[in-house]
Design a protein around this ligand. Structure first.
Ligand code: GLC
Length: 509
């Protein structure tokens, strides 16, 4: 049986606010994305994941959804979405959208109704608790600070919110909620989307009693107040729903549990999530030992379940990897080779293909309550300000060196980071070993990871040098020994020299 598309795909995350504006308000929109599909096709991505573009008061920049089935006017219209989807499909680019089922906006009609009275038919759609207005029902803290509970004056009860008070948690123990949420999935599946990135999915199932987190919780997994068995039941129903559609519709869950074993459980027996984000490597420093350990954990936990891993270096919630790795372009390039040659589905974050670093965001420009502005800076498309945008008055400052680090300048220079990404994507697509093959370590010196990917007689060896010195690694047993891609761009197509430069990486066939 042919493997489903999402196993060999490279997925590209777009944060719509930051991608490209077309209407002059300084915030990106759906038309901006549609206008750059040719860039994505040229780069070679197979799918995009769009962060939320739904109706929202934007307290969490769209992760507070006020209507799951409509586009916020800031981003365009449903017709714009349909046009984007059709044009993406014409280019064989699949489209995943962000589904935020753990909480809604406090402006969602469901919550407005629920909050209006204790007798509201929708009261039970959220998580309410009695109590003393001075003492929250338990000691849970919200993700961006403060208590995870807000007292509602009108109805004299507390409601739960794991994130902002403007993001009340939904009660998935209520069957009507489940049905309503399923309808929102059908709405987009019927429109033709290829699947969903599911926000905070490990938290949707909740217990009835919500106990305090013990005081010594530093030693205790975050999983005490997430990760209830009920979530797995809910996920199986969601999977059944998706499977009732043709075309291998898929899910990738944000299972924000920093335990690889726990994350693997969210694949169920092939009947829950298709894919889950794998965050421990994202948080690993640029260190061969630590990376090796993270990769080993994935192999140990995922392979026995036949769970297909994912790999990601950057997203809209964390500092960009080039910045995390000390600002070094060499390391960022070598990391791209690593990301795109491991066994599993890689996720790119828009702008990493330009080698972008985080923006410097002065205090007076800060807008995100979670401190995540720097990685969300707008993408520069052209060298001259306003960098391909209709206005220089953009919602966040530009990332560093936009006159050099932009799509047009890098496209004209085949030594650029952009061209490296394009060669890596092509190498991956042209090689069964790299896209779907087995993974095995090979011996290597300290500070260097050497591994092999193989499938049906196709084989690639990858060497990633995490050190700041050149290293010698012999590969005498290879028939050809030709460098296919080099992070520093030198020697491609020639015999492998036996030495990998400082902070460099190569794919050898
Ligand atoms: C996820 C999103 C993040 C958002 C949060 C609440 O972690 O990635 O951006 O703030 O969920 O929805």
């Amino acid at each position: 049986m042919a493997e489903p598309w999402w196993k060999s795909a490279v997925v590209y995350q777009i944060y719509p606010r930051s991608f490209l504006d077309t209407d002059g308000d300084g915030v990106g929109d759906l038309e901006g994305i549609r206008g750059k599909l040719d860039h994505l096709a040229w780069l070679g991505v197979d799918a995009v994941w769009l962060s939320p573009f739904f109706k929202s008061p934007m307290a969490d920049f769209g992760y507070d959804v006020a209507d799951y089935c409509d586009v916020d006017p800031l981003f365009g219209t449903l017709a714009d979405f349909d046009a984007l989807l059709a044009d993406a499909h014409d280019r064989n680019i699949r489209v995943l959208i962000d589904w935020v089922p753990n909480h809604t906006s406090d402006q969602h009609s469901w919550f407005v109704e629920a909050r209006s009275s204790r007798d509201s038919p929708k009261r039970d759609w959220y998580v309410w608790r009695d109590g003393d207005p001075d003492r929250p029902p338990n000691n849970w803290k919200a993700a961006f600070g403060g208590d995870a509970w807000t007292w509602d004056e009108t109805t004299q009860q507390w409601y739960l919110h794991m994130f902002l008070p403007e993001q009340p948690d939904v009660n998935w123990n209520n069957a009507e909620v489940v049905a309503a949420m399923h309808d929102t999935l059908r709405f987009w599946l019927d429109r033709g989307v290829d699947g969903f990135r599911i926000d905070v999915v490990h938290a949707i199932g909740k217990g009835e009693d919500l106990p305090d987190i013990p005081a010594d919780s530093s030693a205790i997994e975050l999983t005490l107040f997430h990760d209830y068995p009920r979530t797995h039941v809910l996920l199986r129903d969601i999977r059944t729903l998706l499977d009732s559609y043709d075309g291998d519709r898929t899910t990738v869950g944000e299972v924000y549990l920093l335990s690889t074993a726990k994350v693997a459980e969210y694949y169920g027996a092939g009947d829950e999530l298709h894919l889950a984000f794998n965050f421990p490597p994202l948080h690993a420093p640029w260190d061969a030992v630590k990376w090796r350990r993270r990769i080993d954990r994935v192999v140990e936990e995922f392979d026995p379940r036949q769970a297909w891993p994912t790999w990601v270096l950057s997203n809209h919630d964390v500092s960009r990897h080039r910045t995390r790795y000390g600002g070094s372009e060499e390391r960022a390039r070598a990391a791209a080779v690593l990301l795109l040659t491991l066994r599993g589905t890689p996720f790119l974050f828009a702008g990493e293909e330009f080698g972008l670093e985080d923006a410097e965001v002065r205090t007076d420009r800060v807008v995100d309550p979670g401190g995540r502005d720097p990685c969300r800076a707008p993408l520069p498309w052209e060298p001259a300000p306003p960098h391909g945008w209709p206005t220089d008055d953009v919602w966040l400052p530009w990332p560093p060196d936009p006159n050099e680090r932009n799509a047009a300048t890098e496209r004209a220079d085949d030594r650029s980071v952009l061209h490296l990404y394009r060669r890596l994507l092509a190498a991956r697509h042209n090689s069964p070993a790299l896209s779907l093959g087995q993974f095995a370590w090979r011996p290597g010196p300290d500070g260097v990871l050497v591994y092999e990917r193989a499938l049906d007689g196709d084989r690639r060896v990858v060497i990633v040098n995490f050190t700041d010195d050149p290293v010698a690694v012999r590969l005498d047993d290879l028939d050809e020994g030709v460098v296919e891609v080099a992070s520093h761009g030198q020697g491609e197509g020639a015999s492998y020299s036996g030495v990998v430069p400082a902070s460099g990486a190569v794919i050898v066939r």
